[in-house]
Design a binder for this molecule. Structure first.
Ligand code: MN
Length: 322
């Protein structure tokens, strides 16, 4: 029987899925050709997201997702400054120091970090079909677009897939997607009949979203707030918020599914104004995490009062110090 590798990855995320596909390709090339790979999508939440998650395969990897303090998680790659939660987990990381754990909070994307680390350490080259995806992961994860309009463009497979992923796929969908991407290019994956129709609907939904988000924004000084808590299943506007409200410095959005609540906070990447806050640090104080310029807090579906209070605190903090 084939040995099993479980790859835990940041779900619903272009960088997370690209990272999982890239590591799958590496593993088959370098470690074990006939391995059976099970991608497992992970979502950040309050407390330990690995609690109750069995590490019961023959080998385990975690990509673009926070540190799991267990040496059975043999492979780990992350670039989130808030990877160690609670911060005391850093001690475990430093103590055990597996040669197969890679952490670089300055990397624009985890996929880029994986490519660089595995080339340096194993002489492995990113397969041609994934080179484009790795480049896009850097661009998308670090919001390295020239304009907000470029950031929401849908005229290429990478950004269409990124939008599709953000729509909240089921874990089964993303696991299959990761497998496809480990073997084919973004263009090939986007052209698959199973996906083509869904990608068309991404464009239709985008048009509807523009109308909805236009009506939604509420100003607090230079902070724009999108409260979608009452519209269960509605998504965070993401970059669209900066297209429709280009004068903002910060954007805060609240969304909800039947089982979880998500609050996202970002610095407008296209404003000339300087940010006054470390967003990841601010979110970590409220039970979430992230990078200096973008972060989030995930709560349980039944914590709506706490979610509303959290948004109030965020607005108060973000508008302070002006
Ligand atoms: Mn990432």
């Amino acid at each position: 029987m084939a040995r099993v590798l479980k790859i835990f990855f940041h779900d619903a995320c272009f960088d997370g899925t690209t990272s999982a596909a890239l590591f799958s390709a590496f593993y088959r090339d370098v470690i074990e050709r006939d391995v059976s790979i099970q991608p497992v999508g992970m979502i950040h939440r309050d407390g330990n997201p690995f609690e109750g998650v069995p590490l019961d395969a023959d080998d385990h990897a975690c990509v673009d997702f926070r540190f799991c303090a267990d040496t059975r998680m043999r492979w780990w790659f992350d670039h989130h400054p808030t990877a160690f939660q609670p911060a005391s987990l850093r001690g475990y990381f430093d103590r055990e120091h597996l040669a197969t754990w890679f952490f670089d909070p300055s990397a624009p994307s985890c996929a880029g970090l994986i490519a660089k680390s595995l080339t340096e350490k194993y002489g492995w080259q990113v397969p041609p079909h994934l080179a484009d995806a790795v480049k896009w992961a850097d661009t998308i994860d670090a919001a390295q677009f020239k304009s907000a309009a470029d950031a929401i463009a849908l005229d290429n497979p990478a950004q269409r897939l990124a939008a599709w992923l953000a729509h909240g796929r089921s874990p089964l969908d993303t696991a299959t997607y990761v497998d496809w991407l480990s073997r084919g290019s973004l263009a090939e994956v986007a052209a698959r009949p199973e996906l083509a129709a869904q990608l068309v609907s991404v464009e239709t939904e985008r048009a509807q979203e523009i109308d909805a988000v236009r009506k939604l924004g509420v100003w607090h000084d230079d902070v724009i707030v999108f409260d979608r808590f009452d519209d269960v299943g509605a998504r965070s506007p993401g970059f669209l918020g900066y297209v429709l409200y280009p004068q903002c410095l910060y954007a805060v959005s609240g969304t909800r599914t039947p089982t979880s609540i998500k609050i996202s906070v970002g610095v407008n990447p296209w404003t000339k104004e300087k940010r006054r806050h470390d967003i990841g640090e601010l979110c970590a104080r409220l039970g979430g995490g992230g990078h200096a310029v973008v972060g989030g807090i995930t709560l349980r579906g039944d914590e709506l009062p706490r979610a509303r209070e959290t948004v109030e605190i965020l607005v108060r903090e973000l508008t302070s110090g002006r």
